[in-house]
Design a protein around this ligand. Structure first.
Ligand SMILES: Nc1ncnc2c1ncn2[C@@H]1O[C@H](COP(=O)(O)OP(=O)(O)OP(=O)(O)O)[C@@H](O)[C@H]1O
Ligand SMILES: [Mg+2]
Length: 233
C-alpha cells in the first residue's frame, strides 16, 4: 500500500531522514519506534505531504505522492493524526467528528460514526461535551476518531499514547488493535516500545534519521540492543 524508497529529508542543513526505506502492506499495522529527535514525526510529515523529501520516492497505491500537496494526499486516503491533538476545543465531540468527515458522502457518515463509537464508547457518552473539557486520554481518543471519520485507507498516528496514564494508554492501544481488525491499514509512531511492540506486526527502529533495524516482536525481542535500549531488560 505504501512504499518509501530511499527518502532523505533535511531541515536546512540538518539531516532528519537518511535513506529511509519502509513499506507498509495492505491491512498491516506497522510501528516506528525511536528516541526523541529520531525523525519519527518527520517521517509521517513527509508521507502526508507536510514536508517534502529532498530525495527519494513515496508511492501510495501505485501512485507517487512525494511532490503532492497535503490536501491532495488526504483526499487520496491518507489521514494524519498529529502529535499534539489539534482539536476544535470550543466545539463538541460530535462537531469535531463531523469536521473529520467533511469530505465524505452523506451516506457513509452514520456508519462511520457508529464504527468510531463502537471503538470509543466513551466518546459516545460524551458526544455533546466540548472537546476542550475532555480529559487528555479522551482528547486523544477524539483525535484518532476524527481521523477515522475521513474513512482513510491509511491512518498515520503520531505518538497516540504521549503523556497519558498507563491505564488510558492501554485502552488507546486496545482501540488501535480494533481499528486494525476492522481492516484499516496503519502506521504508528511510538516512543513506548513495550506497548508499540504489543500491537505492531512489523516494528521499524528509527535512530538519527535511519532505519537501524526492523522485524516482528519475536525477532526484535531477541536483539540484545533492543532489549537494553528499548525494553529495559
Ligand atoms: N521545523 C523544524 N525545523 C528544524 N528542525 C526540525 C524541525 N522539526 C524537527 N526538527 C529536527 O529534526 C529532528 C527530527 O525531529 P522529529 O520531530 O521528526 O523527531 P521525533 O522522532 O518525532 O522526536 P520526538 O519523539 O521527540 O517527537 C530533530 O533533531 C528536530 O530537532
Ligand atoms: Mg515526534
Amino acid at each position: 500500500m505504501l512504499e518509501i524508497k530511499k527518502v532523505y529529508h533535511y531541515y536546512g542543513k540538518a539531516k532528519s531522514l537518511e535513506e529511509v526505506n519502509l513499506s507498509v502492506e495492505e491491512e498491516a499495522l506497522d510501528v516506528v519506534i525511536g528516541p526523541n529527535g529520531a525523525g519519527k514525526s518527520t517521517l509521517l510529515r513527509v508521507i502526508s505531504g507536510l514536508e517534502e523529501p529532498d530525495r527519494g520516492k513515496i508511492i501510495f497505491k501505485g501512485v507517487r505522492i512525494d511532490e503532492e500537496k497535503p490536501h491532495i494526499i488526504a483526499r487520496m486516503g491518507i489521514a494524519h493524526c498529529p502529535e499534539r491533538r489539534r482539536l476544535f476545543y470550543d466545539m463538541t465531540v460530535l462537531e469535531n467528528l463531523e469536521l473529520g468527515a467533511y469530505s465524505l458522502k452523506d451516506k457513509n457518515f452514520k456508519e462511520l460514526l457508529e464504527f468510531v463509537f463502537e471503538i470509543f464508547p466513551r466518546l459516545k457518552e460524551r458526544r455533546k461535551q466540548r472537546a476542550g473539557t475532555l480529559s487528555g486520554g479522551e482528547q486523544q481518543m477524539l483525535a484518532i476518531a476524527r481521523s477515522l471519520m475521513s474513512n482513510p485507507k491509511l491512518l498515520l498516528m503520531d505518538e497516540p499514547s504521549l503523556g497519558l496514564a498507563p491505564k488510558i494508554k492501554t485502552s488507546i492501544f486496545e482501540a488501535i488493535g480494533k481499528i486494525k481488525k476492522e481492516g484499516t491499514t496503519a502506521l504508528l509512531v511510538e516512543q513506548d516500545a513495550v506497548l508499540a511492540m504489543q500491537v505492531g506486526e512489523i516494528i521499524h527502529v528509527l535512530e538519527e534519521g535511519k532505519i537501524e533495524m526492523r522485524g516482528t516482536k519475536e525477532q526484535l525481542e531477541k536483539e540484545p540492543r533492543i532489549k537494553k535500549v528499548y525494553l529495559g531488560i
